[in-house]
Design a protein around this ligand. Structure first.
Ligand code: GAL
Length: 365
């Protein structure tokens, strides 16, 4: 029987050669190409409550099927315990590889040991799984760049580089158990902090530390509640000029709090508000002039890369990676392929999302 983990470890040292050869389209190691067709791949996604993960699940399944694989797709309903038992079940069913978008990045160590014992390779999908050596590859976007794009939008729209201000801003971050959260926040704060220091940006709530601004499970209603509280306690007679939001679901929650407080009517203009994922509701909100911006991550590319990685691993070829250092999971630097995100607002959504084939005009009506 082939030992895929041993093969992965053996090829790890030969990466640069492998990269060159795969880039030239050559097969590695003389293994029988496409021998894994017909294998089954387990895909564990976090939740069906957010549109993006539905797209991710469907795209990964479609790509793997097109490559001749069978798939088993499960959704963990945002419960770490459920996700652990789902992955256990996939292992028992004898899947040949796992593609996992973790709910809680640290709750999977036990079950991933079982995957390793069963010689099942693991690809961490979009969210890095921490604290275990039993994760072989990572596929995601440049997550710090996501935060920088959100912050850059705020800096530009407020004219901060020209010395404008002071403006009131509030900060929101993602789920504290998602490894991406700190990358998004750090990327954004790298650009915003100098303006907070110079007092061109004022955080009236005083909540500027990551641990004060996280949103468990990226939940919109949780973000709404926090925004309600901030408006009540810190904004009597003053207005919010910008909100850093890391994700569209959170942006919609924050917008709901603002609208209930009278923003968007009369002279009380909605603040600049960022987002991420180009979810349909948020793109419509951008077109309607409510949410200002989102960060578009082409999930078709992400899914395609995950499927390609699985195909290469299962055929004993070395997957393409473009970053071997940035994503250390506490036990090892996980070889990663990072894609590039793009900023989208009212001025370019047609070019990026419609002409790019991500949405049709009809879907955005
Ligand atoms: C993150 C992901 C974001 C967003 C968020 C909430 O891990 O990178 O794009 O989808 O989860 O689902």
């Amino acid at each position: 029987m082939r030992n895929r983990r041993a093969a992965l470890a053996a090829t790890a040292g030969a990466t640069s050669l492998a990269l060159t050869l795969t880039a030239c389209g050559q097969d590695l190691g003389g293994s029988s190409k496409d021998s894994a067709k017909g294998d089954t791949i387990g895909i564990a996604m976090p939740t069906q409550a957010s549109e993006r993960w539905l797209t991710d699940g469907k795209s990964v399944v479609d790509d793997l099927k097109a490559d001749g694989y069978k798939t088993k797709l499960v959704y963990g309903q945002d419960s770490p315990k459920t996700q652990v038992s789902q992955i256990e079940a996939l292992i028992k069913q004898g899947v040949d590889a796992l593609i996992i978008a973790a709910i809680d990045n640290k709750s999977l160590n036990g079950v991933l040991q079982k995957a390793a014992d069963a010689d099942i390779p693991v690809i961490s999908y979009d969210r890095l799984i921490l604290g275990t050596e039993n994760v072989d590859y990572y596929v995601s976007f440049d997550n710090e760049q996501v935060g920088r794009l959100q912050a850059r939008y705020i800096v530009e729209k407020l004219g901060l580089e020209d010395g404008a201000g002071p403006f009131n801003i509030e900060l929101f971050a993602g789920s504290p158990d998602d490894n991406n959260t700190k990358y998004f926040f750090d990327g954004a704060m790298h650009l915003l902090q100098p303006y907070i220091d110079s007092k061109q940006l004022v955080v009236r709530s005083g909540q500027t530390e990551l641990k004060q601004v996280t949103t468990l499970r990226w939940d919109g209603p949780t973000a709404k509640k926090r925004m309600d509280g901030i408006l009540d306690t810190s904004y009597g007679g003053r207005t919010v000029d910008a909100v850093l939001s890391p994700y569209d679901g959170i942006s919609i929650g924050v917008l709901n709090a603002l609208k209930e407080d009278g923003y968007g009517t009369g002279s009380k203009r909605l603040p600049i508000i960022t987002g991420q994922d180009a979810e349909l509701a948020s793109v419509k909100s951008i077109i309607a002039g409510e949410q200002s911006q989102t960060v578009y991550k082409d999930l078709r590319q992400l899914a395609g890369m995950a499927a390609e990685m699985a195909d290469n691993i299962l055929n004993d070829r070395t997957p393409r990676v473009n970053n071997r250092r940035a994503y250390n999971n506490g036990v090892k630097a996980v070889p990663a392929y990072l894609l590039q995100p793009a900023t989208v607002d009212k001025t370019n959504y047609e070019l990026v999302l419609v002409a790019g084939g991500y949405y049709t005009d009809a879907e955005l009506k």
